[in-house]
Design a protein around this ligand. Structure first.
Ligand code: C2E
Ligand code: MG
Ligand code: MG
Ligand code: MG
Length: 271
């Protein structure tokens, strides 16, 4: 998970008279209510096969329709949920929701390896419970396990690398696939690649959005794609906003693309 920066947060910036602790407490209270009142919604963003241009999958991204604040970004509340432990309930909900929505999403896809990817939070992977939950959800819904991709960053494994490796291996055994999110940033680097059974690399938007103006970023993107392929991983470029970026990535042999060029995250009813 990207580190939280209070100065970037609209929900916090609005209320500078109170201390962060008070605001955190209020937010934790609101999150509990949001879970009860079903104020969360999953949005889905297309991920396209760059060579054929075909839709291959979707990333599930959580949205919060706050009764007072309006739409609250996940960057603004997930870190609080992480601290309070509420992230486990949220995480389970997102997983369930994405798998429940999958049959509808699936009908939009005409690709040989269709998938929906769900983001994992650090404290979701601290016990055996999680692996069982994933297996139960997938089998109850009769979903082919390989169609569920779990996205993680190094922050997911950093606290307890041995346990994480054990749990991630169990998920792979159960048939799910893993993607390393935000590759190239401090959250995900080479260490994660060589240690964990990860099938997909997602190159962070920071590099993609600069690759046409900075030769340095372009080189990093190129080297990342080569590295992934030499490790038999496939690659998703995040944050593609222009046709020129798409063409440059296609030229470099990148497998998949995600970004506003293909579509913004949207409610299931608009997909
Ligand atoms: P992420 O997993 O790296 O997700 C990609 C983020 O980039 C999303 O932001 C998406 O809306 C945004 N994005 C995609 N394409 C473009 C583009 O072309 N241009 C720009 N400017 N942005 C683009 P979002 O939805 O605000 O999510 C932010 C982060 O919050 C995610 O980063 C992920 O780390 C976390 N997150 C979101 N939903 C969940 C969830 O259900 N569970 C967990 N644990 N984390 C989540
Ligand atoms: Mg992600
Ligand atoms: Mg990402
Ligand atoms: Mg990212």
């Amino acid at each position: 998970q990207p580190a939280f920066d209070p100065s970037q947060s609209t929900i916090f910036r609005r209320d500078t008279t109170r201390g962060v602790a008070t605001q955190q407490l209020r937010l934790a209270h609101d999150i509990a209510e949001a879970l009860r009142e079903e104020q969360f919604e999953m949005f889905y963003q297309p991920i396209c096969d760059l060579s054929s241009g075909r839709l291959a999958g979707f990333e599930a991204l959580i949205r919060w329709h706050h009764p007072v604040e309006g739409m609250v970004s996940p960057m603004d509340f997930l870190w609080v949920a992480e601290q309070t432990g509420q992230i486990r309930e949220i995480g389970l909900w997102t997983l369930q929701r994405a798998c429940l929505d999958w049959p509808v999403l699936r009908t939009r896809i005409n690709h040989h390896k269709p998938f929906v990817s769900v983001n994992l939070s650090p404290s979701q992977l601290t016990g055996d419970g999680f692996v069982g939950e994933v297996k139960t959800i997938v089998s109850d819904l009769q979903m082919p396990p390989r169609e569920l991709k779990l996205e993680l960053t190094e922050t997911v494994i950093i606290n307890n690398p041995d346990l994480a490796l054990q749990l991630l291996s169990k998920l792979i055994e159960a048939g799910s696939t893993l993607a390393l999110d935000d590759f190239g940033t401090g959250h995900s680097g080479l260490d994660a690649l060589h240690r964990y059974p990860i099938g997909t690399m997602k190159i962070d938007r920071a590099f993609v959005s600069q690759m046409l103006t900075s030769p340095h970023s372009a080189k990093i993107v190129q080297a990342s794609i080569e590295l992934a392929h030499s490790l038999k991983m496939d690659v998703v470029a995040e944050g593609i906003e222009s046709e020129d970026e798409r063409l440059a990535l296609l030229e470099l042999g990148c497998d998949y693309g995600q970004g506003w060029l293909f579509g913004k995250p949207a409610s299931l009813k608009n997909i």
